[in-house]
Ligand binder design. Structure first.
Ligand code: SF4
Ligand code: SF4
Length: 64
């Protein structure tokens, strides 16, 4: 499976910008932009799901 096709999907409405997902991402793929988490380095994400597990408001889910 091409990992690049499976990425976390971040619900911008639900995200409160806490940064927990950024802290747990072991490849530094996530950043906070305008108080919302975004995947800045898509190619680095291996879809480990750590960010999904860390999000306190369940704003991150498996993407297409
Ligand atoms: S799934 Fe893993 S590698 Fe991808 S952004 Fe989340 S914590 Fe980082
Ligand atoms: S952990 Fe969840 S609420 Fe916090 S910045 Fe990441 S996506 Fe947003």
């Amino acid at each position: 499976m091409d990992a690049a096709l499976v990425l976390p999907r971040i619900d911008r409405d639900a995200c409160n910008g806490c940064g927990d997902c950024v802290d747990v991402c072991h490849v530094g793929a996530l950043v906070i932009q305008e108080l919302k988490a975004v995947i800045a380095r898509v190619a680095d994400c291996d879809y480990c799901t750590d960010c999904e597990a860390a999000c306190p408001v369940l704003a991150i889910a498996e993407g297409p």
